[in-house]
Write a protein that binds this ligand. Structure first.
Ligand SMILES: [Zn+2]
Length: 265
């Protein structure tokens, strides 16, 4: 029992999204496979810079298809790189994972999947007045993607993972008052790939400048296991509340979009 008309399994799975969300049929969809040999080198792109707020209350939410951390309007900025002179503000960040280690990332690199993918979602405050407005515009959103690899425990991410048992069901929400630096979620290496794409969840709006950091970060098998325990149903659904074992959309064709490579390998 669910009031959500899309999901990741069975008849509500990604193949069915195009029936209810026409934009999901478009030519600028995400995720894609990053064919590294196809990426054009863009050596003169200015570096990506971010300035993230550390000390403010955040909300950790189960919207029924992932865990998500809402920044609650506090000022955290991303600029530079492929974003021109516009300033983008961090709205929320969330995670995608798989039923087992070695799968779960949305983007793949030369056909290879990772165990998960973190998405830091920013919106263009230079051109738009709200996240909702920006989310519908071709240059409205910038998403930083971080590949997750099974390995050692990720301390900063653990501040969220520790709270997951309290947001087991759809609609659950807790406040995280502990300080957290989103910059600590990013790898040390600053190299990235970038291409124009879409949201990877319905309505799959084609409004995202994707910035995929090349270097994966490690999370432990225990941390991934706690993510898989989340449920996509409400507590009132009882035993029917479905497990959320995986929540990644399969890759779609890059088509004639330009994939740019910035930084080292
Ligand atoms: Zn995402």
């Amino acid at each position: 029992m669910s009031d959500q008309d899309w999901g990741y399994t069975g008849e509500n799975g990604p193949a069915s999204w195009i029936e209810k969300f026409p934009e999901a049929r478009g030519a600028r969809q995400s995720p894609v496979d990053i064919a590294t040999s196809r990426a054009s080198n863009s050596g003169n792109v200015p570096p990506l810079t971010f300035r993230y707020s550390v000390h403010h209350p955040r909300s950790v939410v189960n919207p029924g298809y992932c865990w998500r951390v809402d920044e609650n309007g506090y000022n955290s900025e991303l600029r530079g790189g492929p974003l021109g002179s516009d300033v983008y503000k961090l709205q929320q960040w969330h995670c995608h994972w798989g039923a087992k280690n070695g799968e779960g990332s949305e983007h793949t690199v030369d056909g290879r999947s990772f165990s998960g993918e973190l998405h830091l979602v920013h919106w263009n405050t230079s051109k738009y007045h709200s996240f909702a407005e920006a989310a519908g515009r071709p240059d409205g959103l910038a998403v930083l993607g971080v590949f997750l690899m099974a390995g050692s425990n990720h301390e900063e991410l653990d501040k969220v993972v520790r709270l997951l048992p309290y947001i087991q069901h759809k609609g659950d929400k807790v406040t995280m008052s502990e300080a957290l630096d989103p910059a600590n979620l990013l790898p040390r290496g600053s190299a990235y790939w970038t291409y124009p794409g879409s949201l990877t969840t319905p309505p799959c709006t084609e409004s995202v400048t994707w910035i995929l950091l090349k270097q994966p970060v490690e999370v432990s098998a225990e941390q991934l296991a706690l993510m898989r325990k989340l449920r996509c149903g409400e507590a009132s659904c009882g035993e029917e509340a479905m497990e959320l074992l995986h929540n990644y959309r399969p890759t779609l064709p890059l088509g004639n979009r330009e994939l740019r490579d910035y930084g080292g390998h």
